[in-house]
Design a protein around this ligand. Structure first.
Ligand code: PLP
Length: 284
C-alpha cells in the first residue's frame, strides 16, 4: 500500500512518524474517514468542512487547503487502485522534541497522514440485508464528542464489550438516552417518522447523518431530531445507524431484544439505496 506522510507518497513500510508526535503521546489529533465508490470520493466537501471545524476547535493549524487535501485523496485512491473503500486522514499537533502537556510553539508543523483501505463490496454489503446486533453501554467519553479526535479508546472498549456479548456494536447511553454508536449515529423509526438525536457537543455531527436526513426530507419522510431511550428503540418499528464506512445499516437486536421481529425494515433499506445512489452521482 502507498501511504501519504507530510508531503510524501511512500510504501507503508517506509512511512515514519516521530515517537514525540502528540497524536501518539496525547491523542492530540483529529481525523476523517471518507468513503470511495466507483473510485470517487463520497461527500468530500462535508468531510473537509468538518475537519476544518475540528481543527479550529482545537486551535490546530491546517497543514493543507481543502483543494490540496482533495488532490492527495485522489492521488492515493489512484495509486492504490481503490474502486470501493475508504480514505483515512489524520492531522496531529506535530512532534516537538520532547513530551510536554503545553502545546508546542507555532513553528512545529502538524503531522498529516493519509492511507487507503480497500473494501470491495462496500456498497453491496450483505450485512445490510440481515442487520446487526447492538448492546448498550454507558457513555463515559469526554464532553466534546462533536470534535472528531483520535481519542478512540472507549469506543474500542465498547466494540470489545459488544463482541464479548456476541454482538456487533455498542450504542452508548447517557442520562438514560442513546447518544450514538461507537463509530456511527443512531436512529429509530416509528411509523413513517425517523428519529435521531439532535446535534450538540454530545455527539459527532455525522456527515452521513446530514446527507441521509436531507434525502429523507426530500423523499417526504418525517424527521424528528430528539434523543431516545433503549426501551423506546427496542419497541420501535425499525432501528439503524449511519456512518461514512457503513452508509445506512439496520439494527435488528438491542440488548438481546429483537427490534421489529429481528428483521431489517423497509425505511432503512430505502434510505440505504437512496444514499448510495445519490452519493455515486455526486462523488468527486
Ligand atoms: N459518531 C461517531 C462517534 C463516529 O465515530 C462516526 C464516524 O466515524 C459517526 C458518528 C458517523 O459520522 P460520519 O457519518 O461522518 O462517518
Amino acid at each position: 500500500r502507498t501511504v501519504y506522510v507530510n508531503g510524501e507518497y511512500l510504501p507503508e513500510t517506509e512511512a515514519k512518524v516521530s515517537v514525540f508526535d502528540r497524536g501518539f503521546l496525547f491523542a492530540d489529533g483529529v481525523y476523517e474517514v471518507t468513503s470511495v465508490l466507483d473510485g470517487k470520493l463520497v461527500d468530500f466537501d462535508g468531510h473537509a468542512k468538518r475537519l476544518e471545524r475540528s481543527l479550529n476547535e482545537l486551535e490546530m493549524k491546517a497543514p493543507a487547503t481543502s483543494d490540496e487535501l482533495l488532490e492527495i485523496h485522489r492521488e492515493l485512491v489512484a495509486k492504490n487502485g481503490i474502486d470501493e473503500g475508504l480514505v483515512y486522514l489524520q492531522i496531529t499537533r506535530g512532534a516537538p522534541g520532547d513530551r510536554d502537556f503545553a502545546y508546542p510553539a507555532a513553528d512545529v508543523p502538524p503531522t498529516l497522514v493519509l492511507f487507503t483501505q480497500n473494501k470491495p463490496g462496500l456498497a453491496d454489503n450483505p450485512t445490510a440485508k440481515t442487520g446487526i446486533k447492538v448492546i448498550s453501554v454507558p457513555d463515559v467519553r469526554w464532553g466534546r464528542r462533536d470534535i472528531k479526535t483520535v481519542q478512540l479508546l472507549y469506543p474500542s472498549m465498547g466494540k470489545m464489550m459488544a463482541k464479548a456479548a456476541g454482538c456487533d456494536d455498542a450504542w452508548m447511553v447517557e442520562d438514560g438516552k442513546v447518544t450514538e454508536g461507537t463509530s456511527n449515529n443512531a436512529y429509530i423509526v416509528k411509523g413513517n417518522k425517523i428519529i435521531t438525536r439532535e446535534l450538540s457537543t454530545d455527539i459527532l455531527h455525522g456527515i452521513t447523518r446530514a446527507a441521509v436526513l436531507q434525502m429523507a426530507r426530500e423523499a417526504q419522510m418525517e424527521v424528528e431530531e430528539r434523543a431516545f431511550t433503549i426501551d423506546e428503540a427496542q419497541s420501535a418499528d425499525e432501528a439503524f445507524f449511519t456512518s461514512a464506512s457503513a452508509f445506512v445499516m439496520p439494527v435488528v437486536e438491542i440488548d438481546g431484544v429483537p427490534v421489529a421481529g429481528g428483521k431489517p425494515g423497509p425505511i432503512a433499506a430505502r434510505l440505504r439505496e437512496i444514499y448510495i445512489d445519490e452519493s455515486r452521482k455526486v462523488a468527486l
